[in-house]
Design a protein around this ligand. Structure first.
Ligand SMILES: [Zn+2]
Length: 58
């Protein structure tokens, strides 16, 4: 599972804090990680092996 590294060692590009796993949407099978200071959000879709990155925390 090559995407497993996503679950670990992800850091905000601005402040380098480790991202929190703020929410997981089981229905959509996504994992969302967010900077503790709300600089950055990264959503991962394991089924699609696709990342969605954002500078805004929704
Ligand atoms: Zn940050």
């Amino acid at each position: 599972m090559k995407w497993l590294h996503f679950l670990f060692n992800e850091r905000c590009p601005k402040c380098k804090q480790v991202l929190n796993t703020s929410k997981s949407n089981a229905l959509r099978s996504t994992v969302v990680k967010v900077c503790p200071s709300n600089h950055y959000q990264k959503e991962f879709h394991p089924a699609l092996e696709t990342y969605v990155e954002s500078d805004e925390v929704l």
